[in-house]
Design a protein around this ligand. Structure first.
Ligand code: CFM
Length: 539
């Protein structure tokens, strides 16, 4: 790895037309830690330019697929052409584990109104009502969520009116989402819309009291490849009660009851920070950012929970669990580190993993040289402190900001102002904060927002990293260049990667990928005479 990031950036931009060059130059930043603690500004959460081959998804994907979909007993009904449902049908590896064989679990199903030309011309509300009734009589769910796809917004079907009418008719909770694919610049808009819906229609509907002493919700954990199961196990061993996860392995009742927790832990800040903030305003539940990706990061997050509850017995239990788990991690980590030390990685994933997974790589001595989000906002890159200065553009105005006031009966500050001040003074315990990706990356690393295919090829050519982490869309193009590509959305059928057990899995998988000699047999297109099999065998 010898590329000069500044030269490389210039070279990458050269082929673009002037206007695009200007825009992309603001979305590609060379990282720098300034004396005042700031990092350079990056342009993010703006529309993708046509033709760059973005890896982003749509607003409907963010709402249905990401935030609401993993919950097992909310019946998801897609209002739209059947094609929109294909990608919402078990294509994200969010797992779930019903409590008993009789418990409702709709994750295997894919329900769509299958809109036809006729519905586009004459309207689809009637068909939607019929579909809701049919779904209700087939499954008898506690709740039905209706998701709008692009044509629904274009023809003006009112999914909210249908939801209200059907709710009155059928007597269960039914709500709609105006999450048409085009509604925002990416799936990120869909997260926000889903958060608003969770807050308006579900959270606070179940007043079951729990007697456990330490009650939390885990927000922004979607149980991809079983990550959530690992975290449930760790938290319960520490004696921490998880009221609900948003939304991996979750149920409607758990979410409805989540306002009874005393702390919100935020894993994926990008997809769920809105719920965390709204719950704090309405119910008085503080939130803090945690990261259970990486063994050291997991230990740190657990200790933060102990500090928050200020309970010595809890802290002692947490230390026991950490010691027990770390002993297992260290054996594998040391071995893998000896083989991976000094190798390089690139990460291009959604809105949080491109940051979180850098921690796992650093634990085995690997450095992230270039990274970026598909749809992160400036606060995900630079930290939440930039929020007050963010410009609200027309695309963001498109999404409702829910006006939240303290609940007259149920608002209850979980900590006194003195306690909060004391906890905040402990440098390790920030509330309502997220430092972002760039402050935690080295100076002179390269950050690229919404990377294009052309830019991907240029950075691979210049740096030849030992591993590239992205998704299925990039995977095979990258591997044809002789560089292993690890999918960090789906985990390539692997995982779990969260928590201590997850770190062990990750270290082993990465070791296999970066040390496999097969990659040197592939000739990258720009280097037709790359290593021949004989040469590889010789070294
Ligand atoms: Fe959050 Fe996610 Fe991510 Fe995300 Fe996603 Fe995902 Fe992701 Mo794929 S919620 S932002 S919209 S951590 S599906 S579980 S892997 S892009 S980095």
């Amino acid at each position: 790895m010898s590329a000069d990031p500044r030269e490389l950036k210039e070279k990458m931009l050269q082929i673009y037309p002037k206007k695009l060059r200007q825009k992309r130059s603001e979305q590609i930043v060379i990282n720098e830690h300034r004396e005042d603690g700031s990092v350079p500004e990056i342009k993010a959460n703006v529309r993708s330019s046509p033709g760059i081959i973005t890896q982003r998804g749509c607003t409907y994907a963010g709402c249905k697929g990401v935030v609401i979909g993993p919950s097992r007993d909310i019946l998801s009904l897609v209002h739209g052409p059947i094609g929109c449902s294909f990608y919402a049908w078990l294509t994200r590896r969010n797992q779930t584990r019903p409590g008993s064989p009789e418990a409702q679990n709709f994750i295997n199903y894919c329900l769509s109104t299958d809109m036809q030309e006729e519905n586009i011309v004459f309207g689809g509300e009637k068909k939607l009502k019929e579909a809701v009734r049919e779904a209700f009589h087939l499954f008898h769910p506690k709740a039905i969520a209706i998701f709008s796809t692009c044509p629904v917004g274009l023809i003006g079907d009112d999914v909210h009116a249908v939801a209200r009418e059907m709710k009155a008719e059928l007597g269960i909770n039914i709500f709609g989402f105006s999450c048409e694919g085009y509604r925002g610049v990416s799936q990120s808009a869909g997260h926000h819309i889903a958060n608003n819906g969770l807050f308006k229609h579900i959270i606070g509907n179940n007043e079951t009291e729990h007697t456990e002493k330490f009650k939390v919700n885990l927000l922004g954990e979607y149980n991809i490849g079983g990550d959530g199961f690992v975290l449930e196990d760790i938290l319960s061993r520490c004696g921490v009660k998880q009221i609900s996860t948003f939304s991996g392995n979750s149920t409607y009742d758990g979410m409805a009851n989540s306002h009874t927790a005393d702390l919100n832990l935020v894993m994926c800040h990008r997809s769920i920070n809105y719920v965390a903030e709204m719950m704090e305003k309405r119910f008085g539940i503080p939130w803090m950012k945690v990261n259970f990706i990486g063994a050291t990061a997991s230990a740190k997050s657990l200790r933060r929970i102990g500090e928050y509850f200020e309970d010595e017995a809890l802290k002692a239990r947490i230390e026991e669990v950490i010691a027990e788990e770390m002993a297992k991690v260290e054996v594998v980590r040391e071995l893998v580190r000896s083989r991976c030390q000094g190798k390089t990685a690139m990460l291009f994933v959604g809105g949080s993993r491109a940051h979180h997974y850098q921690q796992l790589f650093s634990e085995i001595g690997m450095k992230t040289v270039v990274a970026g989000y598909e749809f992160g906002h400036r606060d995900d890159y630079e930290g939440r402190k930039v929020l007050p200065g963010l410009k609200i553009d027309a695309d963001s105005k498109n999404i409702e900001e829910v006006d939240v006031v303290p609940d007259p009966e149920r608002y209850r500050p979980r900590r006194t102002p003195e306690q909060m001040a004391r906890l905040e003074a402990m440098t390790e315990l920030e509330f309502q904060d997220y430092v972002g990706m760039m402050p935690e990356m080295d100076s002179d690393t390269m950050i690229i927002d919404d990377i294009s295919h052309h830019e991907t090829e240029r950075i691979l050519e210049a740096y030849r990293p030992d591993i590239f982490c992205a998704g299925i869309k990039e995977k095979f193009g990258v591997q044809k260049m002789g560089i292993p590509c690890k999918q960090l959305h789906s985990y390539d059928y692997g995982g779990p990667y969260a928590g201590f057990a997850g770190a062990i899995n990750f270290f082993k998988d990465i070791d296999r990928l970066v040390n496999m000699k097969i990659w040197r047999y592939a000739d990258p297109p720009w280097q037709p005479s790359a290593a021949q099999p004989e040469e590889v065998a010789a070294d």
